[in-house]
Design a protein around this ligand. Structure first.
Ligand code: NAD
Length: 429
C-alpha cells in the first residue's frame, strides 16, 4: 500500500485521490495540502485524516517529517514549479498534472531537480491511456502503416466548454492560470503527436492564432456587459449564462458552481449569483477582454522530414479530437469521440487499391468520460514505476513529456513573433 499526499484538492486532485477508496486500491491518502479551508475539510472527511495531516501550504508539509511515498501535484499550472521542487527535495515522487510548467525554463528546472534527487515524476498525459490512442500507437509502433509522412490532428473545443473555461473561467486569464490556451488545453494533443511520431523528434514549429470570435465588435446588437443585468439579447444568445449554466447544467456548469461554492445552491441563488459583479461566469463572452487565443494552428517539422499539423478551434458545436496519420504503407483516420478509427493499407491488387478495416475501441467506454478511462489507468503505471514493475506502453518519462511541451512553448513563441522557431532537439542547434 503506497502512501500519497494530495497537493491541491481541487477537481483533478480529487479525481485521482478518490480512487484510493476503491476496494482494490494500491494507495491511501495520508495527508492533504490545500489552502482552501472548505476543500481541505471535505478531503479530511472523505479520507478520514487527523488534523495534523492537513496542511495549508507545501512549505508547511516539507517542514514536517516525510509522511508519504509520493505526492499527487494537482495545483494550477503556474504553481507546478514552486510546489514540485520542494516536494522532490523532501523525498516525494510526484504524479504531476500537465503542463509540467508554464515556461520551458521552469520545465527544465523540474527535470534537473528530478535527476539530481532521483525522483520519479510522471506527467498526467491521461489521453495516452485511452483505448483510442493506445491502439493507434501500437499500430504505428508496429510499422503497419510504414514510416509516417504526415500527422494531422485537430481539437474542436465546444462552445459550452470554451465559454466556461477559456473565456469566462480562470483558464482565460494568464495572470491566474499562467498558461495560454495551447498549453492548458492542448499540451495533451501535442504530447500525443510527439508520442505517435515515436523516435522522430520535432525540429521546428510555426504557428498562427488569434482571438477571432470573442471580441466586443462581434457582440450581437443590444448586448450588455453581463447577461442577466444589462443585456437586451440574452434570450436569443447561444452564450447566455442562464441557458448554459442554469437551464442546461449538464455541460460543464459544475465548474461554475464549484468555483462559486454553489454546487448545492437553488436555481434562484445561482441566477442571483450570475448577476453579481463578483461572478466572472455572468459576463458577456464578447466583452471579457480575452487575453488568450480562441483558435490556433501549427505546423511542425520532424527530423526525418515528416510534418505534423494541429489546429485548435474554440467555439465548435461539439467537442472533437480528430486525427489522420499517413504512412508509406497506409493510413489511420478517426475521431476520439467516435471510439473507432479506420486503418487503410495500400494493396495494389485489390479493387480500390487499399484494404480498409474499422477498429472499434468502444468496449468499456463510459458515457461522459472525457479521458476514455485514462484518469484511472495512469495511476496503475505510476504505482508500477514506484514498485519497480514494468509499466504499460503509455507510460511517459519527464524527458519524453517535455518533447510535446517544447512544441507548445515553441508554437507560442512563433505565434507572437510570426517566425518559425527551432526546437531544442539533440544535434538541432
Ligand atoms: N490531465 C488533464 O486532463 C487535466 C484536465 C484539467 C486540468 N488539468 C490540470 O490540473 C491542474 C489542476 O486543475 P483543476 O481543474 O483541478 O484546478 P482546481 O482549481 O480545481 O484545483 C487546484 C487546487 O489547488 C489548490 N491550491 C492553490 N494553491 C495551492 C498551493 N500552493 N498548494 C496546494 N494547493 C493549492 C486550490 O485551492 C485548488 O483547490 C491544472 O494544472 C490543470 O491544468 C489537467
Amino acid at each position: 500500500m503506497f502512501r500519497v499526499v494530495l497537493v491541491g484538492a481541487g477537481d483533478r486532485g480529487m479525481i485521482y485521490a478518490r480512487q484510493s477508496l476503491a476496494p482494490q486500491s494500491q494507495f491511501q491518502i495520508s495527508g492533504v495540502v490545500e489552502p482552501n479551508a472548505l476543500r481541505r475539510k471535505k478531503a479530511q472527511e472523505l479520507f478520514r485524516l487527523p488534523d495534523h495531516r492537513l496542511y495549508e501550504s507545501v512549505e508547511s508539509l516539507v517542514r514536517d517529517e516525510k509522511i508519504a511515498d509520493a505526492a499527487f501535484n494537482c495545483t494550477m499550472d503556474a504553481l507546478h514549479t514552486v510546489t514540485s521542487l520542494p516536494l522532490m527535495e523532501k523525498g516525494y515522487h510526484i504524479l504531476l498534472e500537465k503542463p509540467i510548467a508554464v515556461t520551458r525554463q521552469d520545465a527544465m528546472r523540474i527535470i534537473d531537480c528530478a535527476r539530481r534527487e532521483r525522483r520519479i515524476v510522471m506527467v498526467c498525459h491521461v489521453l495516452r491511456y485511452s483505448p483510442f490512442y493506445t491502439a493507434i500507437r501500437r499500430i504505428v509502433r508496429d510499422g503497419e502503416i510504414g514510416r509516417v509522412i504526415s500527422i494531422q490532428m485537430a481539437e474542436d473545443v465546444s462552445y459550452f466548454h470554451e465559454s466556461v473555461s477559456y473565456v469566462r473561467g480562470f483558464y482565460a486569464d494568464p495572470a491566474v492560470c499562467g498558461s495560454g490556451m495551447l498549453l492548458s488545453k492542448c499540451s495533451h494533443d501535442l504530447d500525443l503527436m510527439a508520442w505517435l511520431m515515436d523516435q522522430d523528434l520535432p525540429t521546428r514549429v510555426f504557428s498562427a492564432g488569434s482571438v477571432f470570435q470573442f471580441r466586443p465588435e462581434n457582440a450581437p446588437e443590444g448586448a450588455g456587459t453581463r447577461c442577466l443585468v444589462d443585456c437586451k439579447c440574452e434570450q436569443k444568445c447561444i452564450y447566455s449564462a442562464r441557458r448554459l449554466y442554469v437551464d442546461h447544467p449538464q455541460r460543464w456548469a459544475n465548474r461554475v458552481w464549484n468555483d462559486c461554492a454553489l454546487s448545492e445552491g437553488s436555481d434562484a441563488e445561482k441566477l442571483e449569483s450570475l448577476k453579481s459583479e463578483n461572478n466572472p461566469y455572468g459576463r458577456c463572452v464578447y466583452k471579457t477582454d480575452l487575453k488568450i487565443v480562441d483558435h490556433q494552428s501549427l505546423l511542425v517539422n520532424f527530423r526525418s522530414g515528416a510534418t505534423g499539423t494541429f489546429t485548435m478551434t474554440g467555439g465548435a458545436s461539439a467537442p472533437g479530437r480528430s486525427l489522420h496519420i499517413i504512412g508509406t504503407r497506409g493510413e489511420i483516420q478517426g475521431t476520439f469521440e467516435d471510439h473507432a478509427f479506420t486503418v487503410s493499407l495500400i494493396h495494389p491488387d485489390i479493387p480500390g487499391g487499399c484494404l480498409k478495416r474499422q477498429v472499434s475501441v468502444s468496449a468499456g467506454s463510459r458515457p461522459g468520460d472525457a479521458h476514455g478511462g485514462g484518469d484511472e489507468n495512469i495511476l496503475q503505471d505510476f504505482f508500477a514505476l514506484l514498485d519497480h514493475r514494468e509499466p504499460s506502453i503509455c507510460c511517459t518519462s519527464l524527458e519524453a513529456s517535455v518533447i510535446g511541451h517544447n512544441i507548445v512553448y515553441g508554437a507560442e513563441e512563433s505565434r507572437l513573433t510570426g517566425l518559425p522557431v527551432p526546437l531544442d532537439v539533440p544535434g538541432n542547434r
